[in-house]
Design a protein around this ligand. Structure first.
Ligand code: AMP
Ligand code: ZN
Length: 114
């Protein structure tokens, strides 16, 4: 999608601090980290949110989840633990309309989330 900021990051039209990349996904540091380690995992293909996920496009989400432990290890938080969050829609707190998963760690997480 031409005016999507995360599509532009995936296409390298906007720079990002990349942690991991393959043909399907990109992982980069969040611009406003909420934890000592905070990255965003995105599919390179534009999917608006969890609401638009289909049986066909769901395989990229499975791919993302198989890579999480590698990324967590790279960030040094695989042993201490981490949290994965995907905000969906307005009340879910989604501010960027391109499906993404926050991977955050490096501090004690609280529950319930805000
Ligand atoms: P959400 O609010 O769940 O939609 O998450 C969007 C996240 O994208 C926020 O945590 C922002 O800090 C982050 N963000 C927005 N623009 C950029 C950018 N250009 N590079 C890195 N992270 C960004
Ligand atoms: Zn997009």
């Amino acid at each position: 999608m031409s005016d999507c900021i995360f599509c532009k990051i995936a296409n390298k039209e906007i720079p990002s601090n990349v942690v991991y990349e393959d043909e399907k996904i990109l992982v980069f540091h969040d611009l406003s980290p909420v934890a000592p380690q905070h990255v965003l995992i995105i599919p390179k293909v534009h999917i608006e949110s969890m609401n638009e996920l289909t049986e066909e496009s769901a395989s990229v989400v499975a791919h993302i989840f198989t890579k999480v432990k590698e990324v967590a290890k790279q960030l040094g938080i695989d042993g201490s633990g981490y949290r994965i969050v995907s905000n969906c829609g307005s009340e879910g707190g989604q501010t960027v309309g391109h499906l993404h998963f926050h991977l955050a760690g490096g501090r004690q997480m609280q529950w319930p989330p805000g």
